[in-house]
Design a protein around this ligand. Structure first.
Ligand SMILES: [Zn+2]
Length: 352
């Protein structure tokens, strides 16, 4: 397994970060001007239009036999990976190095950097018709679900990357760290059997995890592999397209997800590089050693000497008058004893 040098990756990110993109509310307006500069090295096509008529574009690059399909922001309010993808596009457009050359020689890559532009515009999980695209893989009611399925069948990828954001509530089991990046090799059915395809997906995740453990040790977790019968990853994996789920999560004080964006970039880069440089994808056992995602966090907890009086709050993001607004909302639960917060304020210290 070839794990890339962290010095090499950090230097590459610093030079190629797409500085015009910042923060959580990323819409088609933010990315539409960026396609022009990537036209030189990518083949860019309009895949189709969203329910509300916004273009959904694909970028294709590379000439290798290993076909990889990557999409982000199928949930409109989950933009971290979209930003990381534009950082990656700059690498292909502006940089030359051995790792990039190997990727382009061994792989053909198709990227869809914003599958749900209507949801992105409104800052919602769902699309323009109120459909959760990640629960629409079977009925495919949404136009965006049909478009994704068309690319999948036409391009016939060996590996897919399904890129999401997860809430700040998730921590790494056995630690007090948030789950900055979580991975999942989705199940194909209820018994969560370890099929050959799933093992290959796990193999790619092992490579990404090994890299991240060098950079952010104990901030990486594994999402539950409970089978979701209508979810995209579960269905694609079942159809034989190995689908790697990456959930970009919280990093201390990083509510814009700009630090997480960087680690998302590293994970994707390492994952693609691993596919380019491996042939067997057999090793999978280490996947089971990645700690579970654990719902232990709130954003803010106020502590009192009588813990029954403790209060917890979560940030809620909304678009109000075309502005991105993040506000703290009280959590209606009885006890917060087993929880921790990204910020804890002790109003009264506990009696001994
Ligand atoms: Zn999502």
């Amino acid at each position: 397994m070839h794990i890339l040098s962290t010095i090499f990756l950090k230097d590459l990110f610093k030079k190629q970060k797409e500085t015009s993109l910042f923060g959580k509310w990323i819409t088609f307006e933010h990315i539409k001007g960026l396609f022009t500069k990537h036209q030189v090295v990518f083949k860019i096509q309009e895949l189709g239009l969203s329910e509300k008529g916004i273009p959904i574009n694909t970028l294709k690059i590379g000439s290798g036999k290993k076909r990889i399909l990557v999409w982000s922001q199928m949930h409109g309010n989950e933009s971290t990976a979209t930003r990381a993808l534009f950082d990656l596009f700059n690498c292909f457009s502006k940089a030359t190095n051995e790792a990039l050359e190997t990727i382009l020689k061994e792989c053909t890559l198709v990227f869809i950097p914003m599958l749900n532009p209507d949801g992105a515009q409104a800052y919602t999980r769902v699309n323009g018709n109120n459909i959760d695209l990640n629960r629409d893989a079977v009925s495919r009611i949404a136009k965006e679900s049909k478009l994704l399925r068309n690319v999948l069948e036409e391009f016939d990828p060996q590996f897919c990357f399904n890129l999401h954001d997860q809430r700040t509530i998730f921590g790494v089991e056995g630690t007090k760290n948030p789950a900055t990046i979580s991975f999942l090799a989705p199940s194909e059915e209820e018994t969560r059997a370890l099929t050959n395809g799933r093992k290959q997906t796990m193999n790619v995740i092992i490579a990404m995890n090994r890299l991240l453990q060098k950079m952010i040790p104990n901030f990486v977790a594994r999402y539950t592999d409970e089978f979701y019968p209508t979810a995209t990853g579960d269905n694609f994996q079942k159809l034989g397209y190995n689908t790697i789920l990456i959930e970009s999560g919280h990093y201390p004080d990083d509510y814009d997800r700009e630090i997480t964006r960087e680690y998302t970039f590293y994970a994707i880069f390492q994952g693609i590089y691993h596919i380019a440089t491996s042939s067997t994808f057999k090793e999978y056992e280490e996947y089971g050693e990645i700690p579970n995602n654990d719902k232990i966090f709130y954003d803010v907890i106020h502590r009192y000497s009588d813990s029954k009086k403790d209060k917890a709050f979560q940030y809620k993001d909304e678009i109000i008058n075309k502005k991105f607004v993040s506000k703290l909302v009280k959590v209606e639960e009885i006890t917060f004893k087993s929880k921790i917060a990204h910020h804890e304020i002790v109003f009264e210290s506990k009696k001994h």
